[in-house]
Design a protein around this ligand. Structure first.
Ligand code: NAG
Ligand code: NAG
Ligand code: NAG
Ligand code: NAG
Ligand code: NAG
Length: 872
C-alpha cells in the first residue's frame, strides 16, 4: 500500500537530497533524456585500457577507424563476423564467432550443454568452468570475440524460441550465471559479447523482411517490445548490469524495436541506459542485420555493425556504414569524436583484462565458417580468390572441456517426480527387463548434425539457430542406458517409433520398467520446423509424445518419462497417472545428453538440478507468443510488468504444476539455523556518484583530406561484395557540413562530467554493490546417499512506496554433502538486492519497512523465514 503521506515525504527527501549537493543535475526522466550521450570513464582499470586504446586510435586515419566498426560482409572472412583490419598498425581483422554453447561452424570442438542447462545447475562455480571451457575452445580456434553468453530473452514467454540459450526465467539467475560465464570466457583471453539488448522475447516478427513469403511482408517494421521503466530495470536490464560489472567487452543489440525505436538505433537504450546508467565501457555490436539506419545508429550509440551489409542483402556490398560512415564523418554529420569513441570502445576491451591482448597479424583463426575442406577458395561465397588453406582442423578439446560439459549435463537434470522411489534403477529392485522408447532416445534418421541443428526426429542436443554447434559425437540416451543395463545383466528392448502404438504396447507389456524419452524443440526465427517459426506453436511434447507416454503407462506399471526440451511443456495429460512413477526434465545437454541421463537414472549421479522456470497447469498462465499480424507495426506490450514467471503465479496465488527452483533428490536435506547479520547500514537513497574520470588526452580531429579516403586502386582490386571503408566518389567533399541533422533526442556530442544518479560505476552506482546483510544457514544431508542441494534465498519486500512480487530470488548456493554431513551456506545481500526501481525519481530506492527473508528449496517451499527491518 502506498499512502499519500509517504509519497509526499519521499518527494521532500529527494528534493533535500538534490539541494545538499552542488551537482547540477536533474533527477527527472525528461531532463535525463536531454543529457543522454555516450558516457564517460569511471573505472581505473578501464581508464588505463582507454589510455592504451587511445594511443592506438590516435594514430589511425578516418578510414582505418571506420574499418574497425564495420564488418567486411557475409562470408568475407573466416568467421561469422569479421571487422576490417588496420594493416599499417599490425591489427588484423577481428574474428567474431558464435556462440554461447560452443564454437559454431567448425570441427573438433565440444558441444556444451545449453545456457538453460547451465542455469538449471544453480551452481555458480560450475557455470564459471563452462565459461572457461567455452572461452578456451574459442581461443584455440583463433576467435577474438565470442558471441555469448545469451542473457536475453529472459524467458518471458514459455514458447519463446531462444529461451534455451539463456539461463532461466529470472533476472537474478541470468545475472549471476551470465557474469560467471563472462568471467570464464574472458579469463581465457576471448572477449564476451552478451546478447541480446533487449526485449527479444519472441522470434515471430523480430525482423522486418524475414518470412515475407508467409504474408509477413505486410509488416513494415519489426515488432516493438514496449517495456515499462520499472520492469526494464528490475527484470530485463538487471542481468546486463551484472554483465557490465563482470567486464563484458561487447553487448549485442537486438532485432526488435523497443518502444517503437529499433534497439540498434535507440539512443535511450544504448547511450543512456547502457552507457550512462550501467556505465558500459565496451562496444555495442548490432545483431546480424539489426541495423536499419546509418548516421542515426552511430549517433544513438552503436559502435559496430555486423556482418556489414544491410539485412538480407548479403554479398551485395551494401552497408549502412563502411563508405557511408566515412562519408558522414567527412561531411561533418557524425562528429569525429563519435568515431573516435567507437574505435576506442572496440580496442579498449583488449586492454581491460590481463588475460586478453590485442591480436597481432599472426594471431588468426585457423578455421573457416564457410567450408569444412582443408583447402578452398579464399572467398567461398563469392567464388573468388586463390586456393588457400582454410581449415587446420585443430582439436580444441581437452579433458578440461570434457569435464565441464559432462558435469554441467549431470547437474542440470531435474527430478520432478519419483513416487515410490523407483529411481535409481537397480537390479535388486526386480528390474530385469527394460524398455527404452521415444523419439528422443535414439538418433535422428538424418544423423546428429543437420544444418544449424534443425533435425528434430531424434535425441535433442540443442535448439536450432545461430547458437547451435556441430556435435563431434553424441551419446544417445538409448546407447548409454543400454550400456548400463547390460553391465547389470538387465535385458533391454528399444523402439524409437512414436506412431506404431500396438508395437510399442507389446514391448511395454513385457518390461519391468519403461523409459520414455520425449522432446520439444525451438530455435532462432530464421528457421522453421513443422510450422514452428523459431518459437514453439504449442507447449505440447512433440511427436505426439503424450499419447506414447499414456500408451506405455497403460501397459507398464513402472514408466519413467524423460523430457528433453527447450522450455516448459504441458504435463497434465499423464503427470498424475500412477504408472508414471518418475519424471526427469532436462534442458538441451549437448553431446553428453544420454550419458548424463543414464547416470542419473541408474544412480551414479544423484540429481541436483532445479527448474529454471515454472511449469504451469494451464497454458493461459503463460504469456502467449504474438503470432498473428494484426498491424503492419506489430506491438508487444509487456503487460506482465515485473511479474515474470513465478512472480506472476505467486501474485495471483496460482498453483503451478512445478514451480521455479523445484527439483527432487535421491537423498533428503534439512536446513536450519538461519542467521541474519547487518554488515553495512542501509541508506534509503543512493549517494551521488563521483564525476567521470578526466580524459588524460583527447584525440585531435583529423584533417579531412579527400586523398586519404579514396579507394587505393593502385594497391589492390576490390573483392566482390567486400565492404571497404573507402569513398568511391569525390563529390562528398563539395558538401558543406550539415548541422541540421536530426540527432537522437537528447544526444549531445559534448563530454559529460557527471553520471546520472543511478550510474557512476560498472553496472550502476557503486553503492548498489555494497554488501548490507549477510544471511547464513546450515544444511544437513539427512538421507542415505551423497547429494547436492541448492539453498535458495528469496526476499519479500515491503510495499511502502511500490508493491513488489511476493518473492524474488536474491541468492542461491549449491552444496554437496555426504550422508549425515552438514555445511554452512552464506549469502551476501547487496544494496541492489533490496532496492526497487522508482520510475518517478529515476533511482533505486530501499524502502523502509520489513523485508522477509526466505531460505527455501524452491520458490514455493520455504524452509526458514527471517526478517530485516529497515527503519525510517
Ligand atoms: C580495411 O580492412 C580491409 C580488410 O581487412 C583491408 O584490406 C584494408 O587494407 C583496410 N583498410 C585500411 C585503410 O586499413
Ligand atoms: C516504453 O513504453 C512503456 C509502455 O508503454 C512505458 O511505460 C515506458 O515508459 C516507455 N519507456 C520509454 C523509455 O519511453
Ligand atoms: C553526409 O553523409 C551521410 C552518409 O552518406 C548522408 O546520410 C548525409 O546526408 C550527408 N550529409 C550531407 C549534408 O550531405
Ligand atoms: C590456431 O589459432 C591460434 C590463434 O591464432 C594459434 O595460436 C594457433 O597456433 C593456431 N593453430 C594452428 C594449427 O594454426
Ligand atoms: C504441437 O507442435 C508439435 C510440433 O510442431 C506438433 O507435432 C503437434 O502436433 C502440436 N500439437 C498440437 C496439439 O497442436
Amino acid at each position: 500500500m502506498t499512502s499519500k503521506d509517504q509519497i509526499t515525504s519521499r518527494h521532500l527527501l529527494i528534493i533535500q537530497h538534490v539541494r545538499t549537493t552542488s551537482v547540477n543535475i536533474s533527477l527527472w526522466p525528461s531532463m535525463i533524456l536531454t543529457i543522454a550521450a555516450a558516457g564517460g570513464r569511471l573505472d581505473d582499470v578501464w581508464q588505463k585500457a582507454y589510455e592504451k586504446a587511445r594511443k592506438i586510435v590516435e594514430k589511425m586515419s578516418i578510414v582505418e577507424k571506420v574499418n574497425l566498426t564495420t564488418g567486411t560482409g557475409w562470408g568475407s572472412g573466416p568467421c561469422i563476423g569479421n571487422t576490417g583490419s588496420v594493416p599499417r598498425l599490425g591489427i588484423p581483422s577481428l574474428c567474431i564467432q558464435d556462440g554461447p554453447n560452443g564454437v559454431r561452424f567448425t570441427d573438433f570442438i565440444t558441444h556444451f550443454p545449453s545456457g538453460l542447462a547451465a542455469g538449471s545447475t544453480f551452481n555458480r562455480g560450475l557455470i564459471y568452468l563452462r565459461g572457461r571451457a567455452l572461452g578456451r575452445e574459442h581461443r584455440k580456434k583463433g576467435v577474438h570475440i565470442m558471441l555469448g553468453p545469451t542473457i536475453g530473452p529472459i524467458g518471458l514467454k514459455a514458447a519463446g524460441g531462444r529461451n534455451w540459450e539463456g539461463f532461466g526465467a529470472d533476472p537474478y539467475l541470468q545475472g549471476v550465471a551470465g557474469a560467471a560465464t563472462i568471467e570464464g570466457i574472458q579469463d581465457e583471453g576471448v572477449i564476451a559479447t552478451v546478447r541480446h539488448l533487449v526485449g527479444n522475447e519472441q522470434e515471430h516478427f523480430r525482423q522486418v523482411g524475414e518470412w515475407d513469403e508467409n504474408g509477413w511482408d505486410k509488416m513494415k517494421s519489426s515488432i516493438s517490445s514496449n517495456i515499462g521503466d520499472r520492469a526494464m530495470h528490475e527484470i530485463y536490464l538487471w542481468p546486463f548490469a551484472d554483465a557490465v560489472r563482470a567486464g563484458a567487452g561487447g553487448v549485442m543489440c537486438s532485432y526488435n524495436q523497443l518502444n517503437n525505436t529499433y534497439a540498434c538505433e535507440n539512443s535511450y537504450l544504448m547511450n543512456y541506459l547502457l552507457k550512462e546508467e550501467l556505465g558500459f565501457q565496451g562496444f555495442v555490436m548490432a545483431d546480424w542485420g539489426a541495423q536499419h539506419k546509418g548516421v542515426y545508429s552511430a549517433l544513438a550509440g552503436l559502435d559496430m555493425t555486423m556482418p556489414g551489409e544491410v539485412f538480407d542483402d548479403w554479398l551485395s556490398g551494401k552497408s549502412y556504414w563502411g563508405p557511408l560512415l566515412t562519408r558522414a564523418v567527412y561531411n561533418h554529420t557524425i562528429p569525429q569524436t563519435r568515431l573516435n569513441d567507437m574505435a576506442t570502445r572496440i580496442i579498449a576491451p583488449f586492454f581491460a583484462q590481463k588475460s586478453i591482448s590485442l591480436p597481432t597479424e599472426s594471431d588468426l583463426p585457423n578455421f573457416s565458417s564457410w567450408t569444412y575442406h582443408t583447402y578452398g577458395q579464399q572467398y567461398p561465397y563469392q567464388h573468388y580468390g586463390p586456393i588457400i588453406q582454410q581449415n587446420w582442423h585443430k582439436d580444441a578439446r581437452s579433458k578440461f572441456s570434457d569435464d565441464a560439459a559432462l558435469n554441467v549435463a549431470r547437474e542440470a537434470i531435474v527430478l520432478l517426480k519419483n513416487s515410490g522411489h523407483n529411481l535409481p534403477i537397480a537390479k535388486i529392485d526386480g528390474v530385469r527387463r527394460l524398455f527404452v522408447a521415444g523419439v528422443g532416445a535414439g538418433a535422428d534418421p538424418k544423423g546428429f548434425n543437420c544444418k544449424d541443428q534443425r533435425c528434430v526426429d531424434g535425441v535433442l542436443t540443442s535448439g536450432w539457430g545461430s547458437a547451435s554447434v556441430n556435435n563431434p559425437f553424441v551419446i544417445t540416451p538409448f546407447e548409454a542406458i543400454s550400456h548400463k543395463a547390460r553391465e547389470q545383466g538387465i535385458v533391454v528392448d528399444y523402439s524409437s517409433d512414436a506412431w506404431d502404438l500396438e508395437h510399442v504396447s507389446n514391448l511395454a507389456d513385457y518390461a519391468d520398467l519403461s523409459i520414455v524419452v520425449v522432446n520439444a524443440d525451438s530455435g532462432e526465427g530464421y528457421i522453421e520446423v513443422d510450422d514452428n517459426y523459431g518459437d514453439r506453436k504449442n507447449l505440447s511434447i512433440w511427436h505426439d509424445g503424450d499419447t506414447l507416454i499414456q500408451t506405455i503407462a497403460g501397459r507398464c506399471r513402472k514408466t519413467v518419462v524423460v523430457i528433453n526440451s527447450v522450455g516448459p511443456v504441458n504435463l497434465e495429460k499423464w503427470i498424475e497417472n500412477e504408472n508414471v512413477v518418475a519424471v526427469l526434465y532436462t534442458a538441451p545437454l549437448g553431446q553428453y545428453t544420454g550419458k548424463a541421463i543414464a547416470e542419473v537414472l541408474f544412480g551414479d549421479v544423484n540429481p541436483s538440478g532445479k527448474l529454471p522456470f515454472t511449469i504451469a497447469k494451464k497454458k493461459q498462465h503463460y504469456v502467449p507468443i504474438i503470432d498473428e499480424l494484426t498491424s503492419s507495426k506489430p506491438q508487444d506490450n509487456f503487460d506482465r510488468d515485473i511479474y515474470l514467471d513465478y512472480r506472476f503465479f505467486d501474485k495471483h496465488t496460482i498453483n503451478p504444476r512445478f514451480e521455479f527452483g523445484f527439483g527432487l533428490s535421491y537423498t533428503s536435506f534439512e536446513v536450519s539455523d538461519l542467521k541474519i547479520k547487518e554488515i553495512n547500514a542501509p541508506s534509503e537513497y543512493l549517494p551521488y556518484p563521483e564525476e567521470y574520470l578526466p580524459e588524460y588526452h583527447t584525440i585531435e580531429d583529423d584533417v579531412c583530406d579527400p586523398e586519404d579516403a579514396l579507394f587505393p586502386h593502385d594497391e589492390f582490386d576490390p573483392v566482390p561484395g567486400f565492404i571497404y571503408p573507402y569513398l568511391y566518389d569525390e563529390n562528398v567533399f563539395t558538401v558543406e557540413g550539415d548541422t541540421s541533422f536530426d540527432y537522437p533526442k537528447g544526444y549531445s556530442p559534448d563530454p559529460k562530467c557527471n553520471p546520472p544518479l543511478a550510474g557512476g560505476g560498472l553496472g550502476g552506482n557503486e553503492a548498489l554493490w555494497e554488501v548490507l546483510y549477510e544471511v547464513s544457514a546450515e544444511v544437513k544431508n539427512t538421507g542415505k546417499l551423497q547429494g547436492g542441494h541448492v539453498v535458495q534465498l528469496y526476499l519479500e519486500f515491503p510495499s511502502t512506496i511500490l508493491t513488489s512480487p511476493p518473492k524474488v530470488l536474491r541468492g542461491f548456493e549449491k552444496v554437496f554433502l555426504d550422508s549425515g554431513k552438514k555445511a554452512k551456506v552464506n549469502f551476501k545481500i547487496l544494496h541492489r538486492d533490496l532496492s526497487i526501481w522508482d520510475p518517478e525519481s529515476q533511482q533505486w530506492i530501499i524502502q523502509t519497512g520489513t523485508y522477509k527473508v526466505y531460505v527455501a528449496s524452491s520458490s514455493r517451499k520455504v524452509d526458514l523465514c527471517g526478517e530485516i527491518d529497515i527503519g525510517a
